[in-house]
Design a protein around this ligand. Structure first.
Ligand SMILES: Nc1ncnc2c1ncn2[C@@H]1O[C@H](COP(=O)(O)OP(=O)(O)O)[C@@H](O)[C@H]1O
Ligand SMILES: O=c1ccn([C@@H]2O[C@H](COP(=O)(O)OP(=O)(O)O)[C@@H](O)[C@H]2O)c(=O)[nH]1
Length: 355
């Protein structure tokens, strides 16, 4: 039964379903069962806590509130100075300790965060949470759709000889020449060049991708896309080129977590090519590239964020690989040809050229 309502703000209503247990000194006490929050467009039903809700009856609201009531309100308010605490008929505000609008705003933020970020990642990482299918054909349809999106079955992935492949990571700040040099190494050494950034941008554009919006957000903000997505794309791309045994992985790993996850689920890298370059040079190159690249992140705001991510997250990866003795550092301040010449010579030290 509806016992009372709260209508302090134009578009918010809170209804309490419960039973009155006591009426004393102008207050009615209820044991709430359900709270019903309503705005013009949103209706929420919340389970009530076992705490009492105290309401002024309509009659008392209209009477001059005497000292007793004032004292009582002050004394019983668990949320000192909480929103609505000084207003007529707003004891619900006291009960919550904050305004119902704050509850709605928090719930909305949580829900949108879940839909945009948490859900896609969970879907990728935890297939076991899926409920059993209604029928076999539904299950078959879904597994076909998943196979198309994911590319390979678990059995195929497990059987793939990742550890027999030569993997070289290509690292360095944004605009340091990772892509430029990787492309040239392909011709000389027979590498397959896999740019993690390119793979993410391609996935973002794929119309049926469930990660499109998420990837777009991370790239524009210069953040690192959750590694499950990037590693999934890299692994598929390696498996797509199963006849090849040399892979240049450009722009990955970008943090220590990614590096660990790749080593645990795919394979270890033989070497790391690190293109070292001062930020001023990087900035100039990126702004220049931005004139024609059409990339959402080749603009000054995104570049600053990318530099931050690089310093805070990506440099520690290079330092970690340095401790393992895997890093070959190449200064990239010379001309394109001069930098490539250094790069080629460095790679020749650990890998024979291919005809
Ligand atoms: N040694 C170099 N000197 C001048 N410009 C370069 C050099 N190497 C690359 N560039 C240019 O700088 C920009 C960034 O290079 P790119 O290979 O795309 O970097 P990354 O893949 O590390 O982001 C590109 O426009 C590229 O043509
Ligand atoms: O493993 C990766 C590689 C790239 N990115 C994202 O892709 C953007 C562009 O990366 P790319 O390597 O293409 O370009 P760079 O920043 O090195 O110029 C990065 O800023 C990240 O937002 C990512 O999240 N994980």
């Amino acid at each position: 039964m509806i016992n009372d309502y709260y209508d302090d703000f134009a578009f918010w209503h809170l209804r309490v379903f419960g039973s009155a247990i006591k009426e004393e000194m102008g207050l009615v006490e209820y044991v709430p069962k359900t709270l019903f929050l309503r705005s013009s467009s949103v209706h929420l039903r919340l389970p009530a806590s076992s705490r009492m809700v105290r309401f002024y009856s309509e009659q008392q609201k209209q009477q001059k509130e005497g000292e007793k009531i004032d004292q009582l309100r002050m004394g019983q308010s668990s949320s000192k100075g909480g929103r609505g605490s000084g207003k007529k008929g707003t004891s619900t505000g006291l009960f919550f300790g904050f305004h119902p609008f704050a509850i709605f705003a928090s719930l909305t933020l949580l829900a949108s965060g879940y839909m945009m970020i948490v859900k896609p990642v969970l879907q990728m990482t935890d297939n076991t949470m899926k409920k059993p299918k209604e029928s076999k054909s539904e299950e078959e349809e879904e597994s076909k759709a998943e196979a198309a999106a994911v590319g390979y079955t678990k059995e195929e992935i497990d059987a793939f000889p990742f550890d027999k492949k030569t993997v070289v990571f290509v690292l360095g700040g944004p605009g340091s020449g990772k892509g430029t040099n990787s492309e040239r190494l392909v011709g000389d050494f027979g590498f397959v060049h896999l740019s993690a950034g390119d793979l993410l941008r391609a996935e973002q554009k794929r119309e049926v991708s469930q990660y499109g919006a998420l990837i777009a957000h991370y790239i524009r903000e210069g953040l690192i896309v959750p590694h499950e997505i990037t590693i999934g794309l890299l692994r598929n791309a390696m498996m797509d080129r199963k006849e090849c045994d040399r892979f240049l992985i450009d722009g990955f790993p970008r943090n220590v977590e990614q590096a660990k996850a790749f080593e645990e689920t795919v394979c270890r890298a033989q070497k790391v090519l690190y293109f070292e370059c001062p930020e001023t040079v990087l900035l100039e190159r990126l702004l220049n590239r931005g004139k024609t690249s059409g990339r959402s992140d080749d603009n000054i705001e995104s570049i600053k964020k990318r530099f931050n991510t690089y310093v805070n997250d990506s440099k520690p990866v290079i330092e970690a690989y340095e401790k393992e003795g895997k890093v070959i550092t190449i200064s990239c301040q010379d001309s394109v040809d001069a930098v490539y010449e250094k790069t080629r010579k460095s790679v020749e030290q650990f890998l024979p050229k291919k005809k």
